[in-house]
Design a binder for this molecule. Structure first.
Ligand code: NAX
Ligand code: ADP
Ligand code: K
Length: 502
């Protein structure tokens, strides 16, 4: 799914009116009705609820006015607070007239509101039309709304949050529990720094012109199952273990051997033909026992890796998890990386930490390799950033300079390719915030790369399935109790969904 900017949304909006011969008013009715359907599903007995609907002067406010009419028709208690203006949009004005006047109360940006307990707030002050951060005069209204005890649903965007650029931490912005955004996710909804304003969002299909959506050119994409379908490979009857690659996980140190176990199990659940590990010798028995399907080569040293194996017979190599940064390991890793390998690697954890200490090493990392840093590892590599948008630019520049694929891990993990394309993940949940989740991802990615998927395909598919397995798992286990190993045990269900869709 494409992620569109405000300007692109506006263009698609205009094209839709032409292509489908509908008016702005029709489109607004359609958009607001999709939100109304969602709200009705959440609160089937609408007549028992009170809604506080805050409307601006543009089309986002127009959506709010339509919603107010639809809710009023279902006997919900409706209170509309409309910002007083002289320049309402045409569709906004038309919808004011279609609503009983006694429901509307005019307010100004500095009005202080008090929302009673139990009321539901619909935020329709500003959508993608917000051009710059809201001025100070809006603070009292926004703060009043944010102080409500009930849920806040934002229409299209939380008001005050910019769709395409950074919003200052201290800016007045609505803190939405759920954002119902139209047709395409907006960048502002995906950035971790904006999470207190957009706690969750849902993309609602409002039937905008397919051909217009296809024509829009963007570097930003949102990963869904449809994106994986075209490159997912079905297996044939005569395939054998040699077809699916021999993957190697290099990592582990005394006390951190579990990382390698998790990665191996995840690799085996992700379809590799053969899986091997290279580890310090203290882990030999535990790995052989815990993962009988895997083969183990051990370093002469007990506690840490002091030399790297000959990797020429492996189709893919994942390096760094649980590996530690003992000087012997650092020295051995440097020799390994400086030999000039011709296979793309999956580099995580301590492999990244070692590389981060010596910028001269990056030139030796094979082109097309995959880096999977979490935020701390990323800052060790790139230094600091002012906001998520600047972080993304820094990652893009680095990915291009060294021709690498970089995954910025977290909620809505972002894949950045060497040509500057960015894919945001749509799966995953906070239950994954437990040590070990990343080791599993390394296993999945190494297995997919070894099966011949390109680095880009590996990342799109691996990151999606990793999160999807966790999403399936939390349906029965919940976010508090989810263990990284539960992600592995639910990988089959995630793969089955993909198999069915393809
Ligand atoms: N295809 C679509 O995308 C559709 C969009 N619709 C709605 O229309 C919205 C966009 O409508 P508009 O373009 O009218 O924009 P908005 O309603 O988001 O806001 C625009 C108004 O806010 C003012 N404004 C912008 N920045 C400001 C600031 N910093 N301080 C004070 N005022 C500011 C503008 O001058 C303008 O009057 C979408 O977010 C969505 O809710 C739907 O009604 C129909 C379908
Ligand atoms: N709140 C969250 N929502 C979605 N995914 C998450 C969340 N927190 C963590 N994850 C995912 O879990 C994994 C954690 O990786 P990482 O921090 O490297 O863990 P570790 O190294 O301890 O195994 C990443 O893939 C990340 O995207
Ligand atoms: K809004």
């Amino acid at each position: 799914m494409k992620i569109l900017s405000a300007a692109q949304m506006s263009w698609v909006d205009q094209q839709t009116m032409k292509d489908q011969e509908v008016s702005s008013l029709d489109l607004m009715e359609r958009a607001a009705t999709t939100v109304f359907d969602e709200i009705k599903q959440l609160y089937p007995r609408l007549a028992q609820y009170t809604f506080y609907i805050f409307c601006g002067k543009g089309n986002n406010g127009g959506d709010g006015l339509v919603l107010a009419r639809l809710l009023d028709q279902q006997q919900a208690q409706v209170n509309v607070y409309l910002v007083d203006a002289t320049d309402y949009s045409t569709a906004n004005l038309a919808n004011q007239k279609r609503l009983s006047a006694h429901l509307i109360q005019k307010i100004s940006p500095d009005t202080q509101v008090h929302i009673p307990a139990g009321a539901i707030v619909l935020d329709c002050l500003f959508g993608y039309g917000l051009k710059r951060p809201l001025a100070e005069e809006w603070r009292s209204l926004i703060t009043g709304i944010n102080c409500c005890t009930g849920p806040i649903y934002a229409i299209d965007m939380p008001s005050g949050l910019l769709s395409d650029g950074p919003t200052a931490a201290e800016a007045p912005v609505i803190q939405a529990d759920v954002v119902y955004t139209f047709q395409s996710p907006k960048l502002g909804l995906l950035m971790p720094g904006n999470s207190r304003w957009a706690k969750a969002f849902r993309v609602l299909d409002i039937g905008l012109s397919r051909s217009a959506l296809e024509q829009v050119d963007t570097i930003f994409h949102y990963i869904d199952l449809a994106l994986l379908g075209p490159f997912y490979r079905k297996r044939s009857k005569f395939d054998h273990k040699g077809t699916f690659g021999h993957c190697l996980i290099i990592g582990g140190s005394r006390g951190k051997m579990g990382a390698v176990q998790l990665a191996l199990k995840a690799a085996l659940r992700s379809g590799c033909g053969l899986a091997s590990a290279y580890i310090p010798s203290c882990g030999y028995t535990s790995i052989q026992t815990a993962v009988p399907e895997a083969m183990v080569i051990s370093d002469p040293e007990e506690e840490m890796i002091t030399q790297f194996p000959d990797t020429r017979t492996f189709q893919s190599i994942g390096v760094g998890i649980g590996m530690g940064t003992a000087q012997y390991t650092i020295d051995a890793f440097k020799v390994f990386i400086m030999q000039g390998l011709d296979t793309a690697l999956v580099l995580d954890a301590d492999a990244l930490n070692i590389l981060a200490q010596d910028r001269d090493l990056w030139q030796f990392v094979p082109k097309g390799s995959i880096l999977t840093p979490h935020p701390k590892e990323l800052s060790r590599i790139l230094g600091t950033w002012q906001n998520d948008f600047e972080k993304l630019e820094k990652v893009k520049a680095f990915a291009e300079e060294y021709q690498l694929y970089i995954l910025i891990k977290g909620a809505n993990s972002a894949i950045v390719t060497p040509d500057g394309t960015v894919y945001f993940n749509s799966t995953g949940n906070v239950g994954m915030a437990t040590g070990g989740s990343g080791d599993i991802l390394t296993g999945i990615l190494t297995a997919l790369l070894g099966q011949g998927y390109s680095s880009q395909e590996t990342l799109i598919m691996g990151v999606y399935l990793h999160g999807r397995a966790a999403d399936i798992a939390v349906q029965t286990l919940g976010v508090y109790s989810l263990l990284p190993s539960d992600i592995i045990s639910h990988l089959p269900a995630a793969f089955l969904e993909l198999e069915k869709q393809s």
